[in-house]
Design a protein around this ligand. Structure first.
Ligand SMILES: *Cc1c(COP(=O)(O)O)cnc(C)c1O
Length: 440
């Protein structure tokens, strides 16, 4: 005689699904008092529904019988396991810390700059209570958001004024809109950059309502090229840092000093998108153009990121001549782009470290990692090697010489001498080992 569970069509299979109440009771036994009824019911319902969908799409054939499992009890066990999985997935954050083993210090996919102790503490302090975000404690009345950070930026860059937005992409778009909407912006053909994630100078220009005027050639642009392009419609000269590539060989570009003087002579403002925003010379890596140098060269407005070489949270920084910065602050978009208090707190603490460059190099993780000699990661690799203990037999670890990169759109060609722990796990392909490390 055929067992009744092995016969019948899809409706028989569906009838074997456990009830939400039964599954909930199983979950309650395992979970104890912890989660509330709605949480358990939700997990039970989702697990049953997933299986119902799988049964329906498999149909009554052999696939359906497969999905239907070896009978009621086995099926209930399987769905219970899936419900457990759903419960634990709801508890574990999907955005979570990882170990950066890429050799790229400022990795955009891995969150760029890790915050300093001081920055993390400042963020937490402000996060869990009230703060004087927009309140002037000395005067006892409404104050302006971001003032302390703007003061620090003025001191650190020599600029007349500063303002903060969500990221550098926003800063560039905002500056273009405020300084050149409806007018022409002159850019060298060697600087029509794409940063990634659909941020391209020509596109951002269109979104800002400015008209792009390309001058020069990919490899060479001279001052005369800019001068010839200036006309009654010209609203702005733009210099963009070629942060993620280099044009090498037969090249020529206009210095920021020359471009700034040309703008002054012809009465056209000059904007520089610096990209990374270096506030000090980092020993051990080639010099990037510093914000202070760009300001000193006479740029009207300079923009850069908070989470690249600066080593702080994601933010876009605008510094420059007061009339332009004030015009941006009064623009209706300012409210849409402004920074939140958590970022302000972390940025203020990061910038405060820069008041003492030695302290910044020691405390800001990105600066510390970039400026440390290769022996430092070498020592960490040795410590990790020792900690592997028993597992070393299978993993066959070895401290090796390697090179790192800065990342974050800075110094694309620089290779920094470094050390790494290389693993060659026995009996695992590189792909399998990679998958396990990512899952671990
Ligand atoms: C990185 C970069 C940007 C974009 O900055 P985000 O802070 O990532 O928005 C814009 N311009 C240049 C030159 C850059 O290097």
């Amino acid at each position: 005689m055929k067992s009744p569970e092995k016969t019948g069509g899809i409706s028989d299979l569906l009838r074997r699904l456990p009830s939400v109440d039964d599954l909930m009771a199983d979950l309650r036994r395992e979970e104890g008092e912890g989660p509330s009824d709605p949480v358990l019911a939700g997990a039970a319902r989702r697990a049953i529904e997933q299986r119902r969908q799988r049964l329906l799409s498999a149909g009554a054939g052999p696939n359906g019988v497969e999905e239907g499992g070896g009978g009621r009890e086995a099926l209930r066990e399987e769905i219970l396991r899936e419900a457990r999985g759903l419960l634990s997935a709801d508890r574990s954050p999907l955005l979570r810390p990882v170990i950066n083993a890429t050799g790229v210090v400022l990795h955009t996919n891995l969150g760029r700059a890790p915050l300093s102790e001081a920055a993390a503490r400042a963020l937490l302090d402000v996060a869990q209570g009230y703060s004087n975000l927009e309140y002037d404690l000395a005067a006892g009345r409404r104050g302006k958001r971001g003032l302390p950070v703007e003061d620090l930026l003025r001191r650190l860059t020599g600029a007349e004024a500063a303002l903060l937005v969500n990221n550098n992409a926003a800063a560039v778009m905002f500056a273009l809109q405020v300084m050149a909407q409806g007018r022409e912006v002159v850019v060298s053909r060697g600087e029509l950059i794409e940063i990634g994630g659909s941020f391209r100078i020509p596109d951002i220009m269109r979104v800002s309502g400015a008209r792009l005027v390309e001058v020069g050639a990919t490899n060479k642009t001279r001052l005369g090229d800019y001068a010839d392009a200036i006309g009654p419609e010209t609203g702005l000269l733009l210099k963009a840092h070629t942060s993620n590539f280099r044009i090498v060989g037969f090249t020529e570009e206009v210095s920021r000093e020359d471009l700034a003087s040309l703008g002054r002579e012809r009465g056209v403002p000059v904007l520089e998108d610096l990209g990374s925003g270096c506030l000090l010379d980092i020993p051990g890596i080639p010099a990037e153009p510093s914000v202070a140098a760009s300001v000193a060269a006479g740029m009207d407005v300079v923009t850069f990121s908070g989470d690249k070489l600066l080593g702080g949270p994601q933010a876009g920084v605008v510094v420059g001549k007061a009339p332009w910065v004030e015009k941006m602050k009064r623009h209706p978009l300012m409210r849409a782009l402004r920074l939140d208090k958590l970022t302000l707190a972390a940025l203020e603490a990061t910038l405060r470290a820069y008041l003492d460059p030695e302290a910044a190099l020691a405390e800001v993780p990105a600066l510390r990692m970039l400026s440390e000699p290769p022996e430092a990661p070498g020592k960490r690799a040795e410590t990790l090697l020792a900690a592997l203990g028993e597992a070393a037999g299978r993993l066959r670890p070895e401290v090796v010489k390697t090179t790192s990169r800065v990342g974050g759109g800075a110094l694309p060609l620089s290779e920094l001498e470094s050390r790494a722990l290389a693993l060659a796990p026995r009996g695992l392909s590189a792909d399998e080992a990679d998958a396990r490390l990512r899952g671990g």
